[in-house]
Design a protein around this ligand. Structure first.
Ligand SMILES: Cc1ncc(COP(=O)(O)O)c(C=O)c1O
Length: 410
């Protein structure tokens, strides 16, 4: 047998197992209420719509659905996505601004391949999406972390870091942002800060990755414009690369997403994708096109929003009811997650096993921090568990927190 550790290439050697995927193995024990996953509620997958849609596709376009398709995506889906962008985001796009991907995780991999050479600085939020950190790390990124506040990334700190990088003659590559109901924190980047981010992108000539899988799941408040739109309508730098996915609005099993960017970037992405998977599933693209064209998308998203709002409210009410003084949390206006802060001197990492003993699980916040900080934080998912599980799970979590506080006080 070959020596795996020595013989595998640098990129997989650098790739560390996702803490979440490892945690899910432990937390899938019977009896454990898990807030650790990030799964949409399967009760609301559009089973009947998909069954009907596949039947019609097979009758009318079977030979397209079961065939290889163009690498940049089927025109049927691109056409519908252009209309979607106009209607929902006020964005004028052309098919050459778009490439269909095998969901956003592939898009992040393509971003990594396109931009990162080993030891290149990449600017990320603290905390940030773990799957993004994992893939950028595999290409050798050196992370520059910028803290987030209640209204998104700290733009003063961001500018200071950019200034510093420029002063070092560093070849910084891009800023990775999850601006809407961020995974993990649930925080949304305000309109004011979005404007500043565009300004910085122009001033420091740096690409912005706008990764926004949760944007359509807004159940409260008003959405600020997408960074892509703001840039188009103001400075038109062409620096914004926006990632969309059907995972949260339709079904993650479809593995389908779209990148919106300048045609020159899309062209490069297309060449990369040729070597990755030739094309995304033609059948799934036709189902997604049907999902948008039929107007079922709008109806479906309304159902999801109603359910997730109810679940978020249930979680926030349970946190208020059971958590001791000193514990705080975010109350996001959309998405799937909220973020809990324990008092500074408490470690959610250390408490994890104790929580498991109480039969409740979460994701440790430090796993989302590129520098391992954030030890007193945790991410809780509210989309997957039932309202009864949310109430009971938060009660159990509060028991673990109180026991730890009592032990520390002794
Ligand atoms: C911020 C963010 N980006 C990308 C993804 C990847 O999603 P998918 O590959 O299913 O589109 C996720 C998944 O949870 C996410 O939270």
């Amino acid at each position: 047998m070959i020596d795996i550790a020595k013989n595998i290439a640098t990129a997989p050697r650098r790739t560390k197992a996702s803490v979440i995927r490892e945690l899910l193995k432990i937390t899938n024990k019977p009896g454990v209420i898990s807030f650790a996953g990030g799964l949409p509620d399967p009760q609301h997958f559009p089973y009947d719509f998909v069954a009907q849609s596949v039947k019609e596709i097979m009758a009318k376009k079977g030979s397209v659905a079961l065939q290889y398709g163009p690498t940049d995506g089927l025109p049927e889906l691109k056409e519908e996505f252009v209309k979607f962008l106009k209607k929902h985001e006020g964005i004028d796009a052309k098919p050459e601004n778009l490439i269909v991907t095998t969901a956003s995780q592939q898009a992040l991999d393509m971003v990594g391949r396109l931009f990162i050479d080993a030891s290149d600085p990449v600017i990320v939020e603290k905390p940030s999406y773990m799957g993004g950190l994992q893939v950028f790390k595999s290409y050798g990124a050196e992370f520059i972390g910028v803290n987030i506040e209640d209204d998104g990334v700290d733009t003063d700190e961001l500018e200071n870091k950019l200034k510093w990088l420029r002063a070092q003659d560093e070849h910084y590559k891009f800023i990775y942002l999850v601006p809407d109901f961020q995974n993990p924190s649930g925080v949304t980047l305000s309109a004011k800060k979005r404007k500043k981010v565009i300004e910085l992108s122009d001033k420091y000539n740096v690409a912005i990755i706008e990764d926004s899988p949760y944007r359509q799941i807004r159940f409260e408040g008003k959405a600020p414009d997408m960074l892509y739109r703001m840039d188009k309508e103001t400075r038109d730098t062409g620096n914004i690369i926006s990632l969309f996915t059907f995972s949260k609005t339709f079904a993650p099993g479809l593995r389908l997403g779209v990148i919106l960017a300048h045609p020159q970037i899309i062209k490069k992405m297309e060449i990369l994708k040729q070597s990755l998977d030739l094309c995304s599933s033609s059948l799934n693209q036709l189902i997604a096109a049907d999902f948008l064209r039929s107007g079922f998308f709008e109806k479906h998203v309304e159902v999801i929003k109603k359910t997730y709002k109810m679940k978020k409210d249930t979680m926030v009410a349970a946190l208020k009811k059971y958590m001791p003084e000193g514990v705080t949390w975010t109350s996001p206006e959309g998405g799937l997650f909220l973020w809990v802060r324990l008092p500074e001197n408490m470690s959610a990492d250390d408490m994890f096993q104790e929580a498991l003993k109480e039969n409740v699980a979460y994701v440790i916040g430090s796993a989302f921090h590129c520098d391992g900080s954030g030890k007193n934080t945790m991410r809780l998912n509210f989309s997957y568990p039932t309202p009864e599980e949310i109430e009971e799970g938060i009660k159990r979590l509060a028991t673990a927190v109180k026991k730890r506080m009592a032990a520390a006080g002794k």
